[in-house]
Design a protein around this ligand. Structure first.
Ligand SMILES: C[S@@+](CC[C@H](N)C(=O)[O-])C[C@H]1O[C@@H](n2cnc3c(N)ncnc32)[C@H](O)[C@@H]1O
Length: 232
């Protein structure tokens, strides 16, 4: 069992509670894609950004991968049947096709803007696993294809009320090159589900070195700073 398995329902309730502005994110992503059709999402989760992307970019031939079966189940209920959703770990990605762009929205890799610097935050805690995963992504991209990663705000402690009297809280602790994030869902004071996620942080030159290992070069960040765009 991996991190999200026991809590995909709660996670979905949190994410649909206004945690992110999926509509605005999907609009920015559609602009960046500039009509590219063959699109791969890394860490599709419950399909929230995919659903909005398909709304703004209906011609897109969408494939989403995730290694959490229960998240994919929710995504299947949310997305049209012609969308391909596959249970895969990015470090062993094997899809037998190539894409014009791959993206992650808080997916396997993403950036955090601290106001002073951008930190690359990865679900993969080991450097070699990161290189392996990024190379698998590159293998699945056509030449000059885009690799697009979301930029999010700094992870912070907070509490939020969700429907059905559920209260979500998250607690963050940063330890050197790692962040631990505790997700806690409670109802009437009783803990319903908890999960601790550990992320690896890459800063400064280490970011380009890591992405360079897989042949990715930084191109630009979009005008609203929602995504960093790399090219293969
Ligand atoms: C925060 S969720 C992404 C949500 C989704 N992109 C959205 O916008 O709604 C991160 C997802 O990444 C997946 N994930 C993490 N590590 C992974 C890996 N090594 N391979 C595949 N999926 C992974 C998790 O299972 C989880 O569903």
């Amino acid at each position: 069992m991996n991190e999200y398995t026991s809590m995909s329902e709660y996670y979905d309730a949190l994410m649909t509670s206004g945690y992110y502005d999926y509509d605005a994110i999907a609009k920015s992503l559609t602009t960046i894609l500039q009509g590219r059709k063959k699109i791969l999402e890394l860490g599709v989760g419950t399909g929230l950004i995919a659903q909005k992307l398909l709304h703004y970019h209906p011609d897109c031939e969408f494939t989403g991968i995730d290694f959490t079966a229960s998240m994919l189940e929710k995504a299947k209920g949310r997305l049209p049947q012609n969308v391909q959703l596959l249970e895969q770990d990015v470090t062993t990605l094997a899809l037998g096709s190539r894409f014009e762009a791959a993206f992650g929205n808080g997916g396997v890799w993403g950036f955090v803007n601290t106001g002073k610097e951008y930190i690359l935050v990865s679900h993969l805690t080991d450097t070699q696993e990161n290189i392996k995963g990024l190379r698998r992504v590159a293998e699945h991209l056509e030449e000059k294809a885009l690799f697009i990663m979301s930029v999010q705000g700094v992870h912070q402690d907070f509490e939020r009320a969700l429907p059905n009297q559920i209260v979500y809280s998250q607690e963050i602790s940063e330890k050197g090159d790692f962040i631990e994030k505790d997700y806690i869902f409670k109802k009437n004071g009783e803990v319903l589900a908890t999960h601790r996620n550990r992320f690896r942080l890459f800063r400064g030159k280490a970011i380009q070195e890591l992405l360079g290992e897989a042949g990715f070069k930084f191109q630009y960040s979009d005008s609203e700073d929602r995504f960093h765009i790399y090219v293969k």
